[in-house]
Design a protein around this ligand. Structure first.
Ligand code: AMP
Length: 420
């Protein structure tokens, strides 16, 4: 299938080609046409599937036909990084179309945003808080908005943005097209969808589970051996850009400092940094100045750095959703990637949920020297080990610790190709 079938404007098609996209991803194949037909769409797609272009392309097509100076499309997203990322996609796919994008978010001076808004923009990508601030000040005119996109709706809900979103929606024209994208569909998102969408087309891409182009491994570890295990992995694997996730901001900072002192090009990304330093960290990682970015969940949401080879969960995420989003930073579009998760004896709850979702796709990699220290973890590790040995004996599978002697892990069940 090619993009030609959507009869997009030639300039847009040229921009698609210049991005190297040869065919639509599944979410694009299924949602571009209904969006171009003016339908409301509920897109259930995990991150990394190409969902941004799925809504950006039809918006560009609509606006290129009716060029006007005012705000015509509003994309609401949970984090600053995601708004910038989406705005970048708009700039890339909208080159030479005359359609102007602008991202607005908090944590930076509002004045420059007011100036930029006065100059005029057609597609605003915004975080809810700052957008509401502009609406309340009267510094943005949303009365001409034709299209509203709620991106990563489940995360906006998790982050407590629902009341702000409701207030924003109340300020928009009721006659509009609304598109909602979410990796998961908890009850509150369903309620929101019922409220804001009219007779929507639902597009669901595969099972809501971590992307299939990623190879997943659990590494049992003593809590006090995580830094050593991390360095061992970095040393023994053929590693490109790596994203390391920690649970807290302070941990992100300390792990990055530790790696830096150990001779790695590492930096941290977390909510305690100023917006300028967040941008520097992200740009430095994107440009290859830093090979390792140690981040917290919120700060890392929406990051799209080409070719992230490994996502390492230094601290296991609390939920499967959080796992899905973290590992969605690798294996994006048609690339493949590895997701390594450090599991301590006290991580039983989240580890079991992730195991359930991944099933056979999950590898257990035991490096004995890193599991032995923390006595509190010992009994669980031993239990896990016994279970694994019993399972391996039953299925004939080998423990994959041997792989680590090789420079690059080649997992036997890596599923290449396009994510489902
Ligand atoms: P997203 O899920 O929107 O964050 O997109 C994930 C990645 O897929 C980004 O790096 C996009 O540039 C890339 N991408 C989007 N659409 C396509 C496509 N049709 N072919 C190849 N890559 C794509």
């Amino acid at each position: 299938m090619s993009f030609n079938k959507f009869y997009l404007h030639n300039k847009i098609l040229a921009n698609i080609a210049s991005q190297g996209y040869t065919e639509p991803t599944p979410i694009q194949a299924q949602s571009i046409q209904p969006i171009m037909d003016g339908k409301d769409v509920m897109g259930l797609a995990q991150t990394g599937t190409g969902k941004t272009a799925a809504f950006v392309l039809p918006i560009l097509q609509r606006l290129i036909r009716e060029p006007k100076k005012n705000v015509r499309a509003l994309i609401i997203a949970p984090t600053r990084e995601l708004t910038e990322q989406t705005n970048k996609v708009i700039a890339q796919l909208g080159q030479r179309t005359g359609v102007k994008g602008l991202s607005i978010y908090g944590g930076v001076n509002i004045r420059s945003q007011i100036t930029a808004l006065k100059k005029g923009a057609n597609i605003i990508t915004a975080c809810p808080g700052r957008l509401l601030d502009h609406i309340n000040r009267g510094t943005i005119d949303v009365s001409q908005v034709d299209v509203l996109v709620l991106d990563e709706a489940d995360h906006m809900f998790d982050m407590g943005f629902l009341p702000d979103i409701k207030k924003i929606v109340a300020n928009l024209p009721s006659k509009r097209q609304t598109l909602m994208f979410s990796a998961t569909m908890p009850k509150d998102i369903r309620i929101l969808a019922d409220k804001v969408l009219t007779d929507p087309v639902t597009v669901k891409i595969g099972h809501i589970a971590p992307v299939s182009s990623v190879c997943h491994s659990f590494y049992p570890v003593g809590t006090d051996r995580k830094n050593d295990l991390l360095k061992n992995i970095l040393k023994n694997h053929d590693i490109g850009p790596v994203l390391v996730f920690t649970r807290t901001k302070i941990r992100a900072k300390l792990v990055a400092q530790h790696l830096d002192r150990s001779g790695y090009e590492a930096t941290a990304l977390h909510g305690n940094l100023t917006q300028n330093n967040r941008r520097k960290a992200l740009e430095g990682f994107g440009r290859g100045k830093y090979k390792i970015l140690v981040a917290t969940d919120v700060a890392a949401r929406g990051i799209d750095v080409q070719g992230v080879s490994h996502v390492i969960n230094y601290d296991i995420p609390d939920t499967v959703d959080a796992y899905t989003h973290r590992i969605g930073r690798t294996g994006r579009a048609s690339e493949t990637g590895d997701a390594f998760t450090f599991v301590t004896g006290s991580d039983n709850g989240p580890a079991s949920s992730i195991k359930r979702i991944l099933g056979d796709r999950l590898k257990h990699c035991v490096l004995e020297e890193f599991t032995s220290r923390a006595s509190s973890d010992e009994s669980q590790i031993q239990k896990d080990r016994n279970n694994r040995q019993r399972n391996n004996a039953r299925t004939g599978k080998k423990n994959c610790s041997k792989f680590h002697l090789k420079p690059k892990v080649k997992h036997i069940n890596r599923q290449g190709g396009r994510p489902s």
